[in-house]
Design a protein around this ligand. Sequence first.
Ligand code: 2NL
Length: 348
Amino acid sequence: MADLQALREEAESAIASASSAGELEELRVRYLGRKSLLTQTLRGIGELPAEERGPVGKTANAVRVALEELLGRRTEELEAGELDAKLAQDRIDVTLPGHPPSPAGHLHLVTHTRREMEDIFIGLGFNVVEGPEVEFDHYNFTTLNIPPNHPARALQDTFYLSPDVVLRTHTSPMQTRSMEIQPPPIYIVVPGRVYRRDSDASHTPMFHQLEGLAVDEDITLADLRGILLEFARAMFGAEREVRLRSGYFPFTEPSVEVDISCFNCGGSGYLRDGSRDSLCKGSGWIEILGSGMVDPNVYGFVSDMGYDAERVSGFAFGMGIDRIAMLKYGVPDLRMMFENDMRFLEQF
Ligand code: 2NL
């Protein structure tokens, strides 16, 4: 009994002064483990004289319960303390750069330019619509006032997938598709990939277009001019002017080619050193897009939705996103956009 009491005191002071969870575990094994004096005593109770079994068993059990409880409490205390210390020590500064800083990628120049253009037209009240790249010739040609044997179908050097399915040659099909499901007024821009069988420094078989369409009551060529002037200034600088020249497209009447005043020479055609500006070839103007007033025949294909040339009018325009990016960022060859050479991509 005296041994047990001494054991209890020894263990209690050892537990109280233990300084780590690991140390406590060692103490648990030493005082409560299978080979500990306490366990041996409890096991050997049967060998004691009968009158001692009760008191010794009771005391030994009381010591075991007391030590277990003390160990549990002390373990919790120490673990909490260790966690606090670890949290304080391991505090990380999330504002530090990665180690080594991870190389951050960025958008492709064409994607960046497309978003820039979309943002400008969203600001002018247009919605952005996208559609299929594989298209019926009905939408790619017919609804755009290009009849079955019109030379434009061949002139456009179309990729045919079957006699009546093509890779779209422009994003206009999505504009007629939109009119089919939405009555006027409609204000949309349609960006996307388009395909033509063509390949040189300024033509690739796949390129990107952004077309615009506005149909409402009393839309005039002046509205078209105003929208394109805003676009030119947002994209190429607040000093830009636009110039409309007569043109021809099967789906617009009248049709106009649109130039912006050159942002390289300021419109004079000459650089500060007196030399001729090669960007605008000395003209002071750069062609950026084609456009016009939607031909009444186009409305004929979507009249079910209330497009009636007697009641509404509208303008449409189309431009190459890649071409705008080439101009704005000084890219000399369109093919560079799609070679994915890191030395090119990383410059933008
Ligand atoms: C160009 C010229 C243009 C259109 C696209 C259009 C669409 C509908 C109706 C009428 Cl639904 N027109 N689109 C109109 C004029 C020109 O694109 O040179 N693009 C690169």
